[in-house]
Design a binder for this molecule. Structure first.
Ligand code: NAP
Length: 341
């Protein structure tokens, strides 16, 4: 039997997830949609799906088994709490929420429910290249990790959509989360350096250099550049005691002509991580069909809000900003895996 899903937020990524849930993946059906703009929801709704006027009505509809949240961050808390109150598994795009206090409220509700229901949209954890990098690291063949270099470059970001803080409170969360996951470690402090500003970045603080201090002593340096013009370029390189392990360049046809020898690079995140998003949802569908959630947790969403806040403080102070966390609830320590079909 198919998992019946309702999608809240039918903007850019909501439409892409509806496409993958209806055209790419099996065992799932989009039966309901909602957006603050009813006309956008109506045009994104697959044939036969019901369009709801409010997220609350969609969440509580008896025909909806599980929910995908693709609205904007400030709306997530209310929608997540409603899903947990209804006892329904929910996939929530990053950011989980927009403050640590808000993340704690969602954690408390999930812990009180007694079972994981929330998966956060950190899709890099489902990318085959990152998974191979982690397998090499975890094998111990290169000794202990010492440093990790993470590069996050976007060709451009839509004008007027983001504030100057966007590289630190929206983009950095992906690099921070993948560093925690790869290294199996927590971030204890953040430093930020702001180099010469790109004239292509308009009002954005772009580029930025971030140093994430891990509890093991590993230091992660992150370059975030969101207006590089040439494409979407994601890199990662681990320096270990006896060797280096790096993400490969994505396979692409090698073209040789009068301009040289070159390979195309992805245009944006949809192209670079297309298989990762598919795999992320394959695993979510398997878990949600069993009435629970696996993958990135509410705790992971909580820590990413702390990192973003610390990074913004570090811009002002110019110093290492420490991260203080609450005690990790036991619900988020267990490793759960439900095989995807
Ligand atoms: P978007 O194009 O602006 O779409 C968001 C949609 O949600 C818009 O139609 C918006 O309507 C609607 N919305 C806002 N508040 C709502 C509410 N309270 N209830 C119902 N609908 C509401 O943004 P997007 O690029 O799709 O991003 C959506 C989320 O996905 C964000 O949290 C973003 O950070 C995340 N994201 C993640 C990735 C990733 O790589 N994992 C990539 C892209 C985006 P209005 O436009 O009228 O406000």
């Amino acid at each position: 039997m198919s998992l019946k899903v309702g999608v809240i937020g039918t903007g850019m990524i909501g439409q892409d997830h509806i496409r993958r849930l209806t055209q790419v993946l099996s065992g799932v059906e989009v039966v309901a949609v909602n957006d603050i703009a009813m006309d956008r929801a109506e045009s994104a709704a697959p044939a036969g799906a019901k369009v709801f006027e409010t997220p609350q009505e969609l969440i509580n509809d008896e025909n909806v088994d599980a929910i995908v949240i693709c609205s904007w961050g400030p709306a997530h808390e209310e929608q997540l709490l409603a899903c947990i109150a209804a006892g329904k598994p929910v996939f929530c795009e990053k950011p989980l929420v927009t403050s640590a206090e808000s993340a704690i409220r969602v954690m408390e509700a999930e812990v009180a429910y007694g079972k994981r229901l929330v998966q956060v949209g950190f899709m890099r954890r489902f990318d085959a290249d990152y998974r191979r990098l982690k397998t090499v690291l975890d094998s111990g063949a290169l000794g202990a990790p010492l440093m990790y270099k993470s590069v996050h470059r976007n060709a451009s970001v839509p004008e007027g959509l983001y504030t100057s803080d966007m590289p630190l409170n929206d983009t950095l969360v992906h690099d921070a989360d993948i560093s925690r996951w790869l290294l199996d470690d927590e971030i204890t402090g953040v430093e930020v350096r702001v180099p010469r500003r790109s004239t292509r970045g308009n009002d954005l603080r772009d580029p930025v250099m971030v140093m994430l201090h891990m509890s093991s002593g590993v230091i992660v340096d992150v370059e975030i550049s969101v207006n590089v013009a040439y494409g979407y370029d994601i890199r990662g390189e681990l320096s270990c005691e006896t060797g280096i392990a790096a993400l490969p360049n994505r396979p692409a046809t090698v073209i040789t002509d009068q301009f040289g020898i070159r390979q195309a690079i992805p245009e944006d995140w949809r192209e670079r991580f297309i298989e990762a998003y598919d795999q992320e949802f394959r695993e979510w569908i398997a878990a949600a069909s069993a009435g629970t959630a696996t993958g990135p947790t509410t705790w992971d969403g909580y820590t990413s809000t702390l990192v973003a806040d610390a990074a913004l403080r570090a811009v002002d102070s110019g110093k290492l900003e420490k991260i203080e966390m609450i005690e990790k609830p036991a619900l988020y320590s267990a490793v759960e895996k439900i095989a995807a079909e």
